[in-house]
Ligand binder design. Sequence first.
Ligand code: HOZ
Length: 433
Amino acid sequence: MAGMDHNDVLFSRARAVIPGGVNSPVRAFRAVGGTPRFVQRAQGPHFWDADGRRYIDYIGSWGPMILGHGHPAVLEAVQKAALDGFSFGAPTEREIELAEAIIALVPSLEMVRLVSSGTEAGMSAIRLARGATGRKTIVKFEGCYHGHADALLVKAGSGLATFGNPTSAGVPPEVVQHTMVLEYNNLAQIEAAFAEHGADIACVIIEPIAGNMNFVRASVPFMARCRELCSRHGALLVFDEVMTGFRVALGGAQSVYAGLIPGFEPDMTVMGKVIGGGMPLAAFGGKRAVMEQLAPLGPVYQAGTLSGNPVATACGLATLAEIRKPGFFDALSAKTRALVNGLTAEAESAGVPFAADCEGGMFGFFLLPGLPQNYAAVMKSDGARFNTLFHGLLDRGVYIAPALYEAGFVSAAHTDEDIAATLAAAREVFAAL
Ligand code: HOZ
């Protein structure tokens, strides 16, 4: 294969044995074109590809690597745990410690159950909401992605938006007949849904800051109304904080909304990414009365061989211990804000329509004159221009998500030099857009 670089060689091998050459669709670069970078190793805010090229990493495993790669305290905890055994299929003290740590950081939680992926957590939360309320209907919002459980794969964001196929094949209409999809931030639609179907709605599941249609915040009036309607009609408000949990603030997006809406809290929360620190670990939790409906206490079944895995829980605990340190989120937020402000200024001086937002260590930007409020507005983003921007940055050693509809992530390991190098690369690319 003369003339091919190592990434091309690996991609070609991968495509022969793995559909699309990847184990998760967005990684394939299909939306932006070109060859995915095969990661050889990573350290701090950087990773190196199969050709030994270094990139500043603004994906961080799509969110979990809030400390950057290879944080020494996390590495030590993982190595120590691995020596004691990889998996037992029996309870460990570390699971209790992680559950206690999560509950201590998120006041709306009284109990949590640990699982292995965000998809599993979302799917289990929906089953529990239905079981606890005895109702069938679930409400989700267009452009929100809650993992790939059948009932939730309707008008979803993330890879489904990227590939223009927001509802997956293989999901029979009967399976999604009780999934009601409404427009994000649309007060009239949520009012109407409850007015008509309030007694049938088990839950409203929402990404409070939607990171699977890039970065779109639920407005404060919209969130307050979702809360009121759920309470009034006996439905559960489920926050999908797989992306935002322990990422936009120590207490997650719910702590941000609690600061804006007095007394605000969701009934249930779905978590993942940061709580595993890069290991397969996720969780869902809520009030005791609801969580006690789960087997073995209650009639709602849910289980998993690798749930509460001892190495993953060690990684999660060590990660949470770092992000709890005083000043962690102030520093992370300042860094992310510097990146977003810098990109905005560079785009403005190049005359490129650009709007960006961030919270804690999560950010997003659109090649649009203003921030969109819903999926339809997000879909007006300029895909061709984004692809030019993506490849321009990639060629200059800056790795952002290879898709228009994904949020970005800054870690505590990103330095001022990394941000400055990113802005210098962006300046050159914006000038040519
Ligand atoms: N679901 C992720 C994007 N929102 C992609 C995960 C991955 O490819 O690793």
